[in-house]
Design a protein around this ligand. Sequence first.
Ligand code: NAD
Ligand code: ZN
Length: 410
Amino acid sequence: MAVNEKDVELIVKQILDQMGGTVSSGSTAAYSYSGSASGNIPSKARVAMLVDKERFEIKEFPIPEVGDDDILVKVEGCGVCGTDAHEFKRDPFGLIPVALGHEGTGEIVKMGKNVKKDSAGKDLHVGDKVVTCMIFQDDPEITMFDLNKQNVGAADVYGLLPDDDYHLNGWFSDYIFVRKGSTIFNVSDLDLDSRVLIEPCAVLIHAVERAKTTGILRFNSRVVVQGCGPIGLICIAVLRTMGIQNITAVDGNAKRLEFAKRLGADKTVDFNDHKGIEALTKAVEDSFDGHLADFAFQCTGNPKAHANIYKFIRNGGGLCELGFFVNGGDATINPHFDLCSKEINLVGSWVYTLRDYGTTFDFLKRAKSIGLPLNELITHKFPLEEINEALKTNLAMTGLKIAIITPPGR
Ligand SMILES: NC(=O)c1ccc[n+]([C@@H]2O[C@H](COP(=O)([O-])OP(=O)(O)OC[C@H]3O[C@@H](n4cnc5c(N)ncnc54)[C@H](O)[C@@H]3O)[C@@H](O)[C@H]2O)c1
Ligand SMILES: [Zn+2]
């Protein structure tokens, strides 16, 4: 994902300020470890610690004693996010040393006696598969970076904050130590690949919910999805799963367009084949048998693509802009022709709410049941000790989703 580092830096700094967070570089833990590990739980765990720009080191730390409100999770996998790659490359947030990885999942191996339910009220037991979420559980409607202090201020956020004396704070590790107040979900009914994809999928569940508020998105709608990176591809799968079939995918990458079809796009348009916005619009129109789109999803961070997309939409149609997670610059549109006289219904979409998480779990099950190969979005899997390689692969943008996966039996 293309990230404007200044904006992301600002967001993270605001969160850190609210948390009252301080960077601890000490390697000595202030907790008692004696007698904490039992059964198959080792006394120490490996953590991939980002110790310098472009350098993770695998460090070993004692596993803290699991208190009455704590949960110890053995990590099975974690997706690599654009934010991780950005921090790896530049440390713009000054988090080093930091245990990254927030798109993770694993199995509960030990938990305190006060832990009974997950954040959705589902029972929790040792052996259950779980994910954490960055959204504070009190208000299901607030979004992740809703900087109103209700958000991450009181909860523990994993894989984004500077290291502390627990150390087991990110999902790029063997074990993660989940503390009271954290948002956690029991997702034992999802396979590992699906669980690794939960966080990016929640972004699209939210976008489609935003799109639905226009009242335009219907069973027979003609829909354009512009941009076929992981975000656009998942968008297509969400639309297909809810029954929409007239989907045209637009991108300039033939391989991604091919995959778009397998995830539910009916037609594809490669912008390299159509020079100029008129020819491109005609190609989109042709894909809908001579009609413009009823609705469009903008899934690139490219200002030119934002300007283009209005041309693909019919009068009275709708647009969901979700490609600008960060500031990608200004786009030029003609407010008269593009917006006003066409009566376009425009919605923006940013991250997700806690409520979207539950819908995401259902989406993943349904997508699988209708045979959409969402798991193939994960193009590269690396063991923890190859994390530097994994991050470099992400930065090279040769695959789609990169993940750290614990090899079976480890
Ligand atoms: N709204 C949110 O909460 C949210 C969350 C995550 C990511 N995003 C944003 O979504 C965007 C897409 O994310 P991604 O991970 O899929 O990124 P990506 O870079 O992997 O994919 C973008 C795709 O857009 C295509 N593209 C570029 N210019 C185009 C154009 N003019 N017309 C058509 N296609 C074009 C590229 O070929 C590429 O396949 C990013 O900009 C990211 O910041 C938003
Ligand atoms: Zn992420």
